[in-house]
Design a protein around this ligand. Structure first.
Ligand SMILES: [Zn+2]
Length: 171
């Protein structure tokens, strides 16, 4: 009988202990408009980035012209995740127009188009050009501006926004 009481007490103590909430998973779903590839990935659990997931994201965001891969600043992935939450569509599939840009590709774009910066943050793997199908791109831009996590560019003709984790600025 004494033993039973002890067990009962132990059970009470255990259930009264503060419950441990599982660390939140941060997930991204991406579609690359140039390579046609898709990625659905948990890249962070709680405060810990998952190295294998970062490798996959870096490969996914490689320079689609040259195949060069660069280590992305993972804060950019948090920014993408925050953006889908800000427009009320957490986990929605983001279309990627351009991720990492090698110096060769950046020069190629400068030679053939307009509005490409000489020291673009795409070359530091700190920038990405995106749109979110189903959300107006102007609304998506406003969400990015509201987050104040870096630079925001708006390209209405091509229907995408540029976001980066550099200084807060807009164009
Ligand atoms: Zn850009």
């Amino acid at each position: 009988m004494k033993y039973c009481c002890f067990l009962f007490l132990a059970a009470c103590v255990v259930s009264a202990a503060p419950s441990v909430t599982p660390a939140a998973e941060q997930r991204l779903r991406l579609f690359h408009t140039h390579t046609g590839e898709r990625l659905d990935i948990v890249y962070r659990i709680g405060n810990t980035y998952i190295p294998e997931a970062l490798d996959k994201l870096d490969h996914f965001l490689r320079d689609h012209r040259t195949g060069d891969v660069h280590r992305y600043d993972p804060r950019l992935f948090d920014l993408l995740s925050d953006l889908t939450k800000t427009v009320g569509r957490a986990g929605a599939e983001i279309n990627v127009i351009c991720g990492y840009r090698s110096p060769w590709s950046n020069q190629f774009l400068r030679d053939t188009t307009t509005g490409v910066a000489k020291n673009s943050l795409h070359m530091q793997a700190e920038a990405i050009d995106i749109r979110l199908p189903g959300t107006k791109t102007s609304v998506f831009r406003d969400a990015a501006l509201a987050l104040r996590e870096g630079g925001v560019g708006y390209y209405p003709k091509s229907d995408f926004i540029h976001v980066d984790v550099g200084r807060i600025r807009r164009w």
